[in-house]
Design a protein around this ligand. Structure first.
Ligand code: FES
Length: 147
């Protein structure tokens, strides 16, 4: 099991728990439950402690990421330029797609406020989003699903 290899790489040192969780997430794209249980046993750190760490840091994911992750900025600059409304429109346009195809989440400032409102699609920044651009993005993702 990967978590055992990672634990031994860090000599089962509990203080390296963050690095171990990061390594597991880097490998899978999320933290599979069986790997976390195995890690807990390997380094003899209770699941409750590990769970506390996982839920404290927002970058840890407990579910397999969708094929196309979409992150919508909800920072101040984007919020005042209607990012929430654009997110709602986008979610409505993709609601017929399978759950594992596209995921949508709100995130804090993506660090490119001059481009507000900002969507990040597959790790790529899309600035100056408008209702028309949101519709184009949704239709592009529908096209992807057909392939
Ligand atoms: S507020 Fe959206 S990128 Fe900064």
């Amino acid at each position: 099991m990967l978590s055992q290899e990672i634990a031994s790489r860090y000599k089962n040192d509990k203080t390296a728990i963050i690095q171990m969780l990061n390594a597991i997430q880097d490998h899978y794209g999320y933290l599979p439950k069986d790997e976390i249980i195995s890690l807990s046993k390997s380094i003899m750190l209770p699941m409750s402690k590990i769970w506390g760490i996982i839920t404290f840091y927002s970058h840890y994911k407990l579910t397999r990421p969708a094929k196309h992750p979409v992150r919508v900025c909800s920072g101040t600059a984007c919020h005042v330029k209607n990012s929430k409304l654009l997110k709602d429109v986008f979610e409505e346009l993709i609601e017929d797609l399978p759950e594992d195809e596209v995921s949508v989440e709100s995130v804090a400032c993506l660090g490119c406020c001059a481009l507000a409102p900002v969507f990040e699609v597959n790790g790529e920044v899309h600035g100056g989003m408008t209702k028309k651009k949101v519709e184009e993005l949704a239709s592009e993702l529908h096209g992807e699903e057909m392939r």
